[in-house]
Design a protein around this ligand. Structure first.
Ligand SMILES: Nc1ncnc2c1ncn2[C@@H]1O[C@H](COP(=O)(O)OP(=O)(O)OP(=O)(O)O)[C@@H](O)[C@H]1O
Length: 352
């Protein structure tokens, strides 16, 4: 395992930076800025060159993940981009074709016996016995773990039910649970022992808005307790609401990782000018090297700030200098949605 301090992902990194041999998406991501140094122990998950091939298809291709401890880290990508396969390898449920994995303080799968008891996971939906109550389900799951003591089982189960807000439904059969409650029961299972890291694969998949809110709030409160949470999703809006950092997968490749703010600031800002002097404004913007866009109105004109170093205030000043009467001036950053479409190169399921 290489020293993580040499590759701290404190700013947006792209596969073009992580894998200098692949330049396919260079244009989509900003240059990496130097960030604070991060040492090995600061990551809850770290992979290097992680690859999984099914026959000739590389479902996961040379992925370098770096998940700082204490974050809610979104693992985002369209369906089929390799998220579940990556998670299965992280947890030792599938063997990697090549590459290295470090979870908490140990290499995987070599140190699975010491590492995995500190990792809770929800992968591909919870396996629940429908005709048992929520409490009886958890008692079975707990009994299946040979590290646990039967003497303290009831206390553990009750604490986990309490933690996910299911105490009131503990005696209800699980088939009568809503999808959100079933998902929370799955998370309660992952919480039967104290965990430093939770890995959740699409925990809100198939949930209605209420169930989604429940799971989102639960993730937030678990994070407030200091647990690192790695959560996969194909929904941008979802990840945006829950996570402070994300990694983006596309066709098996990691195309970016960093904070949401860094991703936002990586896009191209825009200006929008409302003016009765439309033709003059068009001339001024063109003179600055911009490409003005029209919107079927003769008083609104917009442009991407595609010229390096050109700030919105300089555009406004140039308009005023040219006696363009500016009725409205708006500057905005690139939308996250635009950035994701640029990164994944395909239509992205933004809202669900
Ligand atoms: N056991 C397998 N055998 C062959 N191909 C597989 C296997 N598991 C996954 N794949 C393929 O690997 C690719 C990545 O799948 P994966 O399930 O990891 O993606 P994902 O991002 O989790 O998508 P989804 O959200 O749809 O599950 C897909 O093309 C999938 O068909």
């Amino acid at each position: 395992m290489t020293d993580a301090s040499s590759q701290a992902p404190s700013a947006w990194t792209s596969s073009s930076q992580l894998h200098s041999s692949d330049r396919r998406i260079t244009g989509a991501v900003r240059t990496l800025r130097a960030g604070p140094r991060v040492s090995v122990g600061d990551y809850a998950i770290e992979t290097h060159g992680l690859t999984k091939a099914f026959g000739r298809q590389k479902a996961v291709d040379d992925v370098d993940l770096a998940v700082p401890r204490g974050t809610v880290f979104g693992f985002l990508g369209p369906n089929g981009s390799g998220k579940t396969t990556t998670i299965r390898m992280l947890l030792g449920l599938a063997a990697a074709s090549s590459g290295e994995i470090r979870l908490l303080d140990g290499g995987m799968p070599k140190h699975a016996r010491t590492v995995l008891p500190r990792v809770g996971a929800l992968v591909e939906g919870p396996a629940i016995y429908p005709f048992l109550s929520g409490r009886a389900n958890l008692q079975r799951f707990d009994a299946a773990d040979r590290h646990t003591s039967p003497a303290t089982r009831n206390a553990r189960v009750d604490a986990a039910l309490e933690r996910v807000g299911l105490s009131h439904a503990a005696t209800k059969r699980a088939h009568a649970y809503s999808l959100g409650m079933k998902q929370r029961l799955g998370i309660a299972n992952a919480l039967l022992a104290p965990r430093d890291l939770l890995i959740l694969d699409e925990p809100t998949n198939g949930l209605d808005p209420q169930g989604t809110r429940e799971v989102r709030h639960l993730i937030k409160s678990l994070s407030d307790d200091g647990t690192t949470i790695f959560v996969s999703s194909h929904l941008l809006a979802e990840v945006e609401q829950m996570c402070s950092m994300i990694a983006v997968m596309s066709a098996g490749r990691l195309v970016a990782q960093g904070t949401l703010d860094e991703l936002r600031s990586g896009g191209t800002a825009r200006v929008r000018v409302t003016t009765p002097d439309f033709a003059d404004a068009h001339r001024v913007l063109s003179g600055l090297g911009l490409t003005p866009e029209l919107h079927g109105r003769d008083d609104v004109i917009t442009a991407e700030l595609s010229v390096q170093g050109l700030l919105p205030e300089s555009v406004n000043a140039a308009l005023v200098r040219a006696d363009v009467r500016v009725r409205g001036f708006e500057a905005s950053g690139a939308s996250l949605e635009d950035r994701f479409v640029a990164l994944t190169g395909e239509g992205f399921d933004v809202a669900g």
